[in-house]
Ligand binder design. Structure first.
Ligand code: DGT
Ligand code: CA
Ligand code: CA
Ligand code: ZN
Length: 581
């Protein structure tokens, strides 16, 4: 038995078998498979272990699992496949797992669409919907047809993954709601949310409670829930109207740390931890760290890492990209903290395409605890934003001088710009203006399709300008919408080192630019970064938190981030970098 198929995966296949049987109008059996899927999904122990110790007979003893389903599970455990499942798929050539990803589509509607319109996959569905055939079906209508098209469009755009910036606030709200329930000790969003990945596949919520059924009832009947996919004694899975799936798992306090560790992932990180445990003669699973039958750790994550002989690893680092090796050597970097930012070096105002005044942005900065905030409106080449020319930016600088008197002792407003980099790498404002500013960011907003060598040379030329402090959003990518322009990142990073230019981690939820791997390369090279909100309104200064998460995923420490430094030190750094150019 070389394969290790998880209960979750077995449950998913059993559920799909049920759905295919349902599509084929087989009586009773669909319900039996659904029940078995629920039972497997809700097992305390891995099916693999049950089978190992008691064989087929032990599988049959699982409630809801009869002889024939036990045989299917045995085959899955032995071979990782199910011939029965594959035959069913052949007989009904409908791609169920693809179609159920479309918001609002369940097996029942899929069955009808297949029978009446021969819809087998998303492509067929799109054709049927665009040609107005679905609205004519009984029980569907124009509105649901439109909704399917919107759902398809979304899937195409995102591959079904959601932005962290949109998902995190929702997940935190769910945490808060669950914490208020009687009998709930803790509620926390684990999975990719806790690791603060830039996109999220689904939300995984972990709850400690001795009364799981109450929590389940509440969870599955929340107003955001479109349908319930699984609802068992300690596990539920729901689909939200937003199209997002959300899983809930309820555990007892003694397993909290182990469960949190398991469900935080990443899967690759978990696999290595388990191997380390085995090498020490222990066993690590979602219920605890065991020596034989005895639980030696599991209440907290900290004690698990400790017993395994390593430092505690922050969730943002758990990707099995070297963190485990460092933790074993007790050499992990001390990541920048969520409260460590002292300034924001990129914000826009009403002067260009922002929606609030300089004063309102300053107040927003004070609210999130900043000591300084740079105003960096666009420049004239970005005409649609009303970009500033020489005259206007001089006027803006005068206004900032005035406001700094008003805000003295509360926050320092820095004079800045988000200066356009022109096609040849020169800048959109003259040097005699740029040299008057506290912070000059330079950005690419045009000619995204230049060949890599040109694009790289263009940006390097901008970096060589004595007045340029930071390259804003260095790759230009927009998550799920636009790829990065072609640029030699390593070349940019080594030139940043040479010129003392700072490279930005832009915190805007669609950008998150630089990516984690780029940040790590900066830090390895000794290149400094800034974390900026790129706020276009007062409330968007809050994006900084997403930027900190991104920087943590790139292993940045406070020392690597210039706007985590006191104002004087930050300004001194920019000055000395300029003098070396
Ligand atoms: P996502 O949802 O695609 O953004 O990414 P995750 O990391 O949240 O993945 P998800 O929701 O499939 O599973 C949540 C966590 O559960 C995952 O990070 C690690 C754990 N996990 C899931 N399946 C397995 C598995 O087969 N083996 C192990 N060791 N851990 C697993
Ligand atoms: Ca997840
Ligand atoms: Ca999940
Ligand atoms: Zn803008």
């Amino acid at each position: 038995m070389g394969l290790s198929i998880s209960n979750l995966e077995i449950a998913r296949i059993l559920r799909e078998i049920g759905e295919y049987l349902e599509m084929q109008d087989v009586p009773f059996k669909p319900r039996a498979y659904e029940k078995a899927a629920l039972a497997i999904g809700d097992l305390e122990q891995e099916a693999k272990e049950i089978y190992k110790s008691g064989g087929l007979k032990a599988l049959e003893k699982i409630s809801g699992v009869g002889v024939s389903i036990a045989e299917k599970i045995e085959e899955l455990l032995e071979t990782g496949r199910s011939k029965y499942f594959e035959e069913l798929k052949k007989k009904t050539p409908v791609n169920l797992s693809e179609l159920t990803r479309v918001e609002g589509l369940g097996p029942k509607s899929i069955k009808k669409l297949y029978k009446e319109l021969d819809v087998k996959n998303i492509k067929d569905l799109e054709k049927a919907a665009t040609s107005g055939k679905i609205r004519k079906l009984e029980g569907f209508g124009e509105k649901s047809e439109q909704k399917m098209l919107t759902g398809i469009e979304f899937l195409k755009k995102t591959g079904g993954r959601f932005l962290l910036g949109n998902t995190l606030p929702f997940a935190l709200m769910i945490e808060e709601r669950l914490k208020k329930l009687p009998g709930v000790e803790k509620a926390i969003a684990a999975g990719s949310i806790r690791r603060r990945k830039e996109t999220i596949g689904d939300i995984d919520i972990l709850v400690i409670s001795k009364k799981p059924s109450k929590v389940m009832d509440y969870f599955t009947s929340m107003p955001e829930v479109a349908n319930v996919i699984v609802s068992g004694g300690t596990k539920s899975s729901v689909k939200l109207f937003s199209g997002l799936n959300m899983d809930l798992r309820v555990v007892l306090p003694e397993s909290y740390g182990a469960a949190l560790n398991y469900f935080t992932g990443s899967k690759d990180h978990n696999i290595v931890l388990r191997k380390l445990a085995i090498a020490k003669g222990y066993k690590l699973n979602e219920y605890g760290l065991f020596h034989g039958e005895k639980r030696i750790a599991g209440k907290t994550e900290e004690e698990i890492y400790k017993v395994l002989g390593m430092e505690y690893i922050e969730p943002e680092m758990r990707e099995n990209t070297g963190e485990i090796e460092l933790a074993l050597k007790h050499k992990l970097p001390k990541l920048i903290g969520y409260g460590d930012m002292r300034g924001d070096l990129q914000t826009q105002t009403k002067w260009t395409d922002g929606s609030d005044s300089i004063e309102e942005m300053a107040i927003a900065g004070i609210k999130v605890g900043l000591e300084y905030i740079a105003i960096t409106d666009h420049t004239k080449r970005l005409a649609m934003t009303g970009g500033l020319d020489d005259k206007k930016i001089l006027k803006q600088m005068a206004e900032i001088d005035m406001l700094n008197k008003k805000f003295a002792g509360k926050i320092k407003i820095l004079k800045g710009t988000e200066c356009d980099i022109l096609k040849d790498g020169t800048l959109d404002l003259p040097d005699n203006i740029l040299s008057k500013l506290d912070v000059v960011g330079a950005s690419v907003h045009s000619f995204f399709n230049l060949p890599e060598a040109y694009q790289t040379a263009r940006i390097k030329r901008a970096m060589s300008n004595q007045n340029v402090d930071i390259i804003f959003h260095p790759t230009g990518r927009l998550i799920n919408r636009r790829d990065a322009y072609k640029v030699d990142i390593d070349e940019i990073i080594s030139y940043a080192k040479k010129t003392g230019t700072v490279l930005e981690v832009n915190a805007e939820p669609n950008r998150l630019d630089f990516k984690d791997e780029h940040i790590r390369r900066c830090i390895d090279a000794g290149v400094k970064i800034s974390i900026d909100s790129d706020a276009h309104s007062a409330e968007q200064v809050g994006f900084l938190e997403l930027g900190i998460a991104q920087a943590r995923r790139g292993w940045a420490t406070k020392n690597d981030v210039i706007n985590a430094w006191p104002l004087e030190k930050m300004l001194r750094f920019l000055k000395s970098a300029a003098s070396r150019k």
